[in-house]
Design a protein around this ligand. Structure first.
Ligand code: ATP
Ligand code: MG
Length: 560
């Protein structure tokens, strides 16, 4: 990990601004401006880490601003979920919580200002006509026939729009810039549109005209004194408009600098809120926080730590070119983190009974010592009960082992983790020839799982005492999509992985997990990292597999 050098060209820009503009740039102020039309995803985490991270680095502040200018898609519920997720990632906006809707009055006044300057006009072309008049990348656009309206008429019409005198879609307010600009965003873009009969989650029915993103964003930034307005690459072509609006208004002391960076894309998932919403409403997943979702709430429920997500965001760096990051890198960051913090426990996912013939029958339970985390001795140890009958994994036994099989087989000896060496002496099968029970003898001289004579065994198995085992449900999650790029061809939903969730309901876990707290994380020895969920329909403890142990990032030789 340490060899990966994250780049961040935005830091270089800020450093330059501080040096060159010493007199004017005395502080750094950034913002994270989500639209409350869905839940945040890991891509947003990149933007959050970047904006809050840079502010912290320069002793500045980062605002959380809800960009709530479209009541048809936005909900108060999303606002709360977004706040929860940003907090969970460990960031604090302090006093700086804002809503674009708080600026509706000011934004309106600015629009009136533009009209008075002859820089905006009310246009009665239909949305389709506006599109036709706009032209293309190779052909200039045409002026709207309504462009020549007088300032007085425009002021009156805009006021009429505000009062609700026009139908939705019948007219808009547009900037008057240049219909032949090579930049389509400069061809008289829409500043205000009419949205009726949809109450806004904060302003109710006060407004029936709503500002566009391109119009409201620079003004909101300037009103808040943002110094660096960091957004994703698709807004690069919008920057001239961002600057045009601020220059025309010249109402503000500061002129924030818009800087674009590449959005995060991850393999085996989709990232846009629209697509994620489609998965939720189509019941392809069990909600926004389904542990297979790339949402912050989904990752949290899956067992991700905020530390792992933040580390990932740091390691991927910030670049100017779009790319797709291998999800194996995210999982690698997660494993590195969980390896340090997760207690090791034993859980048998597909149990097979193993009887130790020479183990004494007795009333007393033998308690064995088990370290909680070999990576961290301060996590201590616990006692685990052993017994004459234990569960091992079905696939840890093979009657006719292939070459290179290093687990239990007839006549072979293995180590039971923290316990004893056992040797297989017999196999009991049902009428169909299925193995029902394995019989072994144990060597009492190997307590703790070590022999004094240093003899080698086939392997080390995890186990759970039958008498003390607790039944549990274990949800084995894997990638939501079968293709690295689900959007490659056709409908992304046709690339959903049918095996992204496999539920095991006959797992057996060690008794120390009986009261494991919700969201606590463990390493099930040899299986991976698991996190406690709480929505059991079967009244059993539930564990979500967070991630397996096999690190395909390291295996791929991508990190040294
Ligand atoms: P989506 O396309 O997923 O709906 P969005 O850009 O419409 O995302 P917003 O709520 O408008 O979502 O985004 C808030 C901020 O998060 C914006 O500054 C946006 O640039 C940033 N952001 C969104 N998606 C990503 C991503 N995949 N990587 C990095 N930043 C992102
Ligand atoms: Mg958006």
């Amino acid at each position: 990990m340490e060899t990966l050098k994250p780049s961040n060209f935005i830091r270089d820009i800020i450093n330059h601004d501080i040096k060159v503009e010493e007199s004017s740039l005395s502080r750094v102020e950034t913002r994270f401006p989500p639209e409350p039309n869905g839940h945040l995803h890991i891509g947003h985490a990149k933007s959050i880490c970047l904006n809050f991270g840079l502010a912290a680095e320069y002793n500045g502040v980062c605002h959380l601003r809800f960009d709530d200018t479209n009541p048809t898609k936005e909900e108060a519920e999303y606002v709360e979920a977004i706040k929860r997720d940003v907090k969970w990632l460990g960031f604090d906006w302090g006093q700086h919580l804002y809503y674009t809707s708080d600026y509706f009055d000011k934004l309106y006044k600015c629009a009136v200002e533009l009209i008075k300057k002859g820089k905006a006009f009310v246009c009665h072309l239909s949305p389709d006509e506006i599109r036709q008049y706009r032209g293309t990348l190779t052909h200039p656009g045409q002026n709207s026939p309504y462009r020549e309206r007088s300032v007085e008429e425009n002021l009156e019409l805009f006021e009429g729009m505000r009062r609700g005198e026009f139908d939705e879609g019948s007219c808009v307010l547009r900037a008057m810039i240049d219909m032949s600009s090579p930049n389509l965003n400069m061809r008289d873009p829409v500043l205000y549109r009419i949205i009726k009969n949809t109450p806004h989650h904060r302003t109710g029915a006060n407004w029936c005209i709503y500002p566009s993103y391109d119009y409201s964003h620079p003004i909101s930034d300037a009103l808040e004194g943002i110094t660096h307005s960091i957004c994703t690459l698709e807004f690069e072509d919008h920057r001239p408009l961002y600057d045009w609006i601020l220059n025309e208004l010249s109402l503000f002391d500061s002129h924030p600098k818009q800087i674009e960076f590449a959005r995060l894309n991850l393999t085996y998932t989709v990232m846009s809120k629209r697509k994620l919403l489609e998965l939720v409403t189509g019941n392809f997943v069990a909600g926004w926080d389904d542990p297979r979702m790339p949402t912050i709430s989904g990752l949290r429920r899956r067992g991700y730590t905020h530390e792992a997500i933040r580390k990932f965001c740091e390691v991927i760096g910030v670049a100017k070119a779009n790319s797709i990051v291998d999800i194996a890198l995210l999982e690698h960051c997660l494993r590195e983190d969980l390896n340090q913090r997760a207690a090791r426990v034993m859980a048998v996912l597909n149990p097979l009974r193993l009887v130790i013939d020479n183990y004494p029958e007795g009333l007393l339970t033998e308690e064995l010592d088990a370290e909680n985390n070999p990576e961290d001795s301060s996590m201590g140890s616990r006692k685990i009960p052993f017994g004459k009958v234990i569960y091992i994994e079905q696939d840890d036994f093979c009657e006719q082992p292939p070459k290179g099989y290093f687990r239990l087989a007839p006549g072979c000896e293995v180590r039971l983790k923290h316990a004893y060496y056992v040797r297989c002496v017999d196999v009991i099968k049902d009428n169909d020839g299925r193995v029902m029970e394995v019989h072994c003898t144990y060597d009492p001289e190997t307590k703790g799982g070590w022999s004094k004579d240093g003899r080698k065994v086939m392997g080390t198995l995890h186990w759970v005492s039958v008498e003390h085992a607790i039944p549990a449900e274990v949800r084995m999650y894997s990638h939501l999509f079968i293709k690295p790029n689900p959007e490659d061809e056709g409908d992304f939903k046709s690339n959903l992985n049918p095996d992204s969730l496999i539920t095991l309901t006959s797992a057996m876990i060690e008794p120390s997990l009986a009261n494991a707290a919700a969201n606590s994380r463990y390493q099930f020895l040899r299986h991976g990292y698991f996190c406690v969920d709480t929505d059991s329909a079967l009244n059993m403890p539930v564990f979500n597999r967070t991630v397996s142990l096999k690190d395909s990032w390291l295996k791929g030789g991508k990190a040294k």
